[in-house]
Write a protein that binds this ligand. Structure first.
Ligand SMILES: CCCCCCCCCCCCC/C=C/C(=O)SCCNC(=O)CCNC(=O)[C@H](O)C(C)(C)COP(=O)(O)OP(=O)(O)OC[C@H]1O[C@@H](n2cnc3c(N)ncnc32)[C@H](O)[C@@H]1OP(=O)(O)O
Length: 269
């Protein structure tokens, strides 16, 4: 394949093109690629521009820079001062990114190398499937902050691992390693390191690319729409509940505790 060409698409989000392949990298390693408002907006712009290219885009990889995280979640600092209404708006922005990814006709593989937590795992779940390095970890730790998943995790995680396992992960907020993620069906394939992860994902997209693109696009559309048939009402529920979480003292305490690097003291209100 021709040498990938890199062009700066926006601060903190890079897009490399190699023919019909697009490699989207979230590049905020100092904050473990946390999803700030700017990153989310840039990501939405990138996905929408890929969608505008139609069938010229034959496959997409989404990954994180820095070698420690895919995405360690929504940017907690950005959430600290949000009103409940702004929280709901932020959740809606996250859902727009997820819907844009699911709306791409090309297959999208999340290539996780490091932490995929909270909004980061939800971003990976919006992709068609997840590949990961052996040393990665996954979780929805929002309850540790007095929050709930607000980027589609209450809808897509049960589809990926089943309702019972999704409840256990979301209620406990605990992290699981790649071996467990593969065992429960969250991760489709694991690799020893980043190089083999990206090579493996590229090989899969090349294998898909050898097939009839219209058939792959139709299959993706049916698989997404059928699974998402009830998505709109389910995600509306989540958005409203995400806003409710912002009305609790525990959420303010959870976020403050993280920023002050101390354990939270929850009061249950
Ligand atoms: C319009 C407003 C927009 C708001 C935001 C965007 C919109 C979001 C859309 C809606 C999504 C809502 C639903 C999603 C919610 C969430 O994702 S809540 C967050 C979930 N994630 C977490 O709780 C993980 C938090 N991080 C950690 O627990 C730890 O960092 C770690 C991953 C276990 C790694 O620990 P360690 O190795 O000790 O590294 P650290 O020193 O902790 O981290 C290095 C630096 O990175 C910063 N950082 C890490 N995670 C985040 C984060 N999620 N947000 C912001 N910053 C983060 C961390 O603070 C360190 O920075 P410095 O202190 O400056 O060194």
């Amino acid at each position: 394949m021709a040498e990938p060409s890199t062009h700066e698409s926006a601060p903190d989000v890079r897009v490399e093109r190699d023919g019909g392949l697009a490699i989207v990298t979230i590049d905020r390693p100092k904050a473990l690629n946390a999803l700030s408002p700017d990153v989310l907006s840039a990501l939405l712009g990138v996905v929408e521009s890929l969608a505008a290219e139609g069938s010229a885009v034959r496959g997409v990889l989404v990954t994180g820079a820095g070698g420690r995280a895919f995405v360690a979640g929504a940017d907690i600092r950005s959430m600290a001062g949000l009103t409940p209404e702004q929280g709901e708006e932020a959740s809606r922005l996250g859902h727009r990114v997820a819907a844009a990814i699911e709306g791409l006709s090309a297959p999208v593989i999340a290539c996780v190398d490091g932490f995929a937590l909270g909004g980061g795992l939800e971003l990976a779940l919006a992709c068609d499937f997840i590949y990961a390095t052996d040393a990665s970890s996954f979780g929805q730790p929002e309850v540790h902050l007095g929050l709930i998943p607000g980027f589609g995790g209450t809808v897509r995680l049960p589809r990926a691992v089943g309702l019972a396992r999704a409840k256990e992960l979301i209620y406990t907020g605990r992290r699981i390693d790649t071996a467990e993620a593969v065992a429960i069906g969250l991760v489709v394939r694991s690799f020893p390191d980043r190089e083999s992860l990206l090579a493996g994902a590229r090989a899969t997209l090349a294998e898909v690319d050898a097939n009839a693109a219209p058939a792959v696009a139709l299959a993706k559309r049916v698989l997404v729409d059928a699974a998402g048939r009830r998505t709109e009402s389910a995600t509306d529920l989540e958005i409203a509940a995400f806003g409710d979480a912002f009305r609790t003292n525990d959420m303010r305490e959870g976020v403050a505790a993280f920023m002050e690097k101390r354990d939270p003291v929850f009061t249950g209100v």
